[in-house]
Design a binder for this molecule. Sequence first.
Ligand code: ZN
Length: 83
Amino acid sequence: MTQCRECNKELSSNNPRQEFCNDYCRGAYHRRKYRQQAVEEAEERREARSRGDGRGTEKERKEAREAMARIVGALSPRIQRRV
Ligand SMILES: [Zn+2]
């Protein structure tokens, strides 16, 4: 017995090409499938972007840390003298 792919209701028709009990179920199924695909694609784009940024920011973060250490090292004596 064929079942509706959206609501799992058994279909009265034995037509193997019929996958949904009505247009509403067909529309709901395809909307969900499309949304799922869009979510997965957005997720992949986000991951690819964070992977790409990760390489860049790791180097940038190291440079920023070193620059900050130099600045702090250069400023600290003056700050301490002022206090
Ligand atoms: Zn249905």
